[in-house]
Write a protein that binds this ligand. Sequence first.
Ligand code: CAO
Length: 423
Amino acid sequence: MKALKGVRILDFTHVQSGPTCTQLLAWFGADVIKVERPGVGDATRKQLVDVPGVDSLYFTMLNHNKRSIELNSKNETGKQVLTRLIRECDVLVENFAPGALDRMGFGWERIQEINPRMIMASVKGFGPGKYEDCKVYENVAQCAGGSASTTGDLDGLPMVTGAQIGDSGTGLHLALGIVSALFQREKTGRGQKVLAAMQDGVLNLCRVKLRDQQRLAAGPLKEYSQFGEGIPFGDATPRAGNDSGGGQPGRILKCKGWETDPNAYTYFITQAAVWEKICDVIGEPDWKAKEGYATPPERLDKLNEIFGRIEEWTMTKTKFEVMDICNPHDIPVGPILSMKEIAEDEGLRATGTVVEVDHPERGPYLTVGNPVKLSDSPSEVTRSPLLGEHTEEILRDVLGYSGEEIAQIGESGAVGDLKIAAE
Ligand code: CAO
């Protein structure tokens, strides 16, 4: 029994944002039917190819637990099949460029006519307004959502982050909207439109920076390193390097081996509540009561010196030793883990967060499993579908077409080459 058992998703998504959303729904037990252009499919199947001739990791890692139907939604027979699919499904998820669904003839009004219970969920780059017609990719959203202007060094360029907060982040937001709409439909019997704009999703994840924008009106942001260094603030939330986003000073510090290992670093937070323990651990017990060091406000103009001293200590330890020593004292530290270390992490394998999946064409590969664990609805990760692998199965089992009808649909050019002969 899975949480979303019985929910059928018509997955019209491509690239990353939409597929992230429908993959999550599939992990929670929804039947996700991915609609792909015959012979072409999701563009990511052929992007960043590491093994020639097989689906890329870009595609496989975003499309687990789904079924694939090849369907030309611009072909007349294809439109008839799509109409039947809309009737049979609970949710249509799409992240086409603005207006693409309308051009296909399947705008919101038409969808409601076909199935008033249908929930239509979309990712778009921007919400309604000046930029609503723009096509948008990850880094555009990071820039427009306030992330890039607040990320990076104070004297450096705005910076994008490796976490795909625009694509995968918005997919997550959309999934929550869909589940909420399904819950509401239980009471109203009606579907509704769900929109997650990438700019909005990124801004939601950057809300502490909008908090700081407003705090600026009351004076400089004292927890930012630039305050202690005497650098004046401008009129917008500045970039803060590796300062922590909360009220407690934090930095990334070198650990043993940093000269040759680009990830031999730890994050270290001088949490006020454990200041005395930090002093003991780094061998500066006098700082506990010393004037100018004893309270957080006094320390603000000495953060470079304090972190310099802590770093002298962390450089004598590996990042894991720092963790082992500091954790029992509740001193917040975190090793900078490389993707190699994460891929090899036994603990992440044990929880199903990192999973090895077998693929008939590419063989075994690693992926990220469901990061949200439900005690009553465990997720198993099954491989992504080959292009059109389930076309006939869906036409027959979901839509009830006979073998003869399936053959006719095949001949119409609406579905690409059928993988299995009609009955
Ligand atoms: N059968 C027939 N036609 C199909 C089809 C199918 N099964 N599936 C898609 N198409 C058509 C669409 O109808 C569209 O045709 P028109 O332009 O004639 O209306 C066309 O394929 C291309 O769709 P698109 O414009 O969405 O694709 P693109 O590669 O040009 O743009 C993207 C990609 C991501 C920039 C754009 O889709 C977009 O802005 N999406 C919203 C924001 C978003 O999700 N961005 C995240 C991208 S990374 O996750």
